[in-house]
Design a protein around this ligand. Structure first.
Ligand SMILES: Cc1cc2nc3c(=O)[nH]c(=O)nc-3n(C[C@H](O)[C@H](O)[C@H](O)COP(=O)(O)OP(=O)(O)OC[C@H]3O[C@@H](n4cnc5c(N)ncnc54)[C@H](O)[C@@H]3O)c2cc1C
Length: 114
């Protein structure tokens, strides 16, 4: 991406650098699965993730150490302005722990496409 260029056509991801996306809605789907909806910078932005590719998400584990894991959004680039992740949370999972404690308004560091 060219710096400061709206990611309407190019997509919002940077394969080299983590970018922060705001959690705007968290929906519990079962006892250990939740859907996380993240806002893109503008309502007309697209994530820019080709089908079959995934993103890297960075968080902190219970020891406050960085952890990076791959995830596949359940949304497509035809879903403008946001993307969603459906996450299964494991009791001792390092990245799961990060998602477990995320609240609406928090930011997630994301890099991609991978
Ligand atoms: C391309 C790709 C896309 C993915 N997309 C998604 C997605 O959309 N949604 C999703 O939920 N996941 C997805 N995953 C899986 C995701 O990347 C993580 O592996 C998952 O979230 C678990 O990570 P974690 O750090 O929470 O758990 P980990 O810390 O890796 O632990 C997972 C489980 O193993 C147990 N465990 C860990 N170490 C040990 C040990 N030494 N002995 C015994 N048990 C142990 C933990 O207690 C826990 O129950 C995807 C993976 C890939 C490769």
């Amino acid at each position: 991406n060219v710096p400061n260029t709206p990611c309407v056509f190019l997509g919002c991801l940077d394969p080299e650098k983590f970018k922060d996306f705001k959690l705007v809605k968290r929906t519990q789907l079962s006892h250990n699965v939740a859907k996380f909806k993240f806002a893109l910078p503008t309502p007309t932005s697209v994530l820019g993730l080709p089908i079959g590719q995934h993103i890297s998400c960075r968080g902190k584990d219970s020891l406050n150490e960085d952890v990076v894991k791959p995830y596949t959004p359940t949304t497509l680039d035809s879903d403008v302005g946001y993307f969603e992740l459906v996450i299964k949370m494991y009791p001792q999972g390092r990245m799961s722990q990060h998602f477990q404690v995320m609240c609406e308004g928090d930011y997630l560091a994301v890099k991609g496409p991978k």
